[in-house]
Design a protein around this ligand. Sequence first.
Ligand code: NAD
Ligand code: ZN
Length: 342
Amino acid sequence: MKALEKSKPEEGLWMVQAPVPEIGPDEVLIKINTTGICGTDIHIWNWDDWAAHTVPVPMITGHEFAGEIVELGRNVSGLSIGQRCSGEGHLVRTDSRQSRSGKFHLDPGTRGIGVNEQGAFAQYLRLPAFNVVPLPDDIPDEIGAILDPLGNAVHTALSFDLLGEDVLITGAGPIGIMAAAVARHAGARNVVITDVNPDRLTLAEEVTRVRTVNVAKEDLNDVIHELGLKEGFDVGLEMSGNQQALDQMVEALVMGGKIALLGIPPGKSPVDWSRIVFKAITLKGVYGREMFETWYKMIAMLQNGLDVSRVITHRFAVDDFAEGFAAMKSGQSGKVVLDWTK
Ligand code: NAD
Ligand code: ZN
């Protein structure tokens, strides 16, 4: 089969011929139709320090996918050949403290497909049946292929009650933009999203119609005033990984405000802890997606009017993958998807 592989420990990815994976008794084989390129895949392409320390070579990359089941392991029940699906790319164990209390997303032994295990940028993917998420007919493959990052947005956004709340999102990358759409859908009153990249803010505006703020040019305090917010935002969703964005968020929140942190800072970064203490801020770190509550909620929201389709800005046949990665790296794209059927 064709597969997009990190074949050598240097910059780039290579299209190779790899054997179709053999499945175990509790696994399924999925024929991949569409995949999404993630920021993680860019780190692996660039072979930065994180990638070099984390990803063994050779490794088939990719973890955002939609496809259909073509083979079932002998213990698998409740799934069928030909069933369209996406799936959770975090592989978990069932014997940890948190797994045994049903919080599989908090298993410390989590391994990621396309990072620690062979991934989804291939014609076929082997996946535990446990991780499969069937796709309803009204969710196309293209959306199925971005459920992983939409799930990050949903998990973060639903960390706190948003109904009637004023919500600040820092970072208008694909995940921040989708979080803005989710926050609106979940009944927030005002939703404001910040960035320093005008292209990203234009896309956010087009996709979500929320108030966008270029914090390189505009003062968030003016926006708070303009919106008539008495003391600031109730909830913050940090989706940039940028230190200044977090500082601004803490300042822009009400006393007792809540922050869910998804963005990953590049290294250790200084935090004004006393400011957080005296403002009585609640902080919650967010990793991945809840298994499988996030998947349940996001599919329900998509079936109930949530529309994130316009966050997909580029589509390529898989042989043109290099163009797809270039679009992602340009900082001018939303989500980029690759079609494996062409
Ligand atoms: P992205 O890099 O495409 O978007 C981040 C955005 O933040 C960019 O548009 C950038 O211009 C913007 N930004 C930079 N400085 C800013 C500032 N001072 N104020 C406001 N915005 C600023 O990333 P993405 O794919 O949308 O993902 C969002 C974040 O979530 C990333 O940090 C990513 O690493 C992280 N992430 C975490 C998890 C997890 O499980 N915790 C999963 C996926 C992604
Ligand atoms: Zn991803």
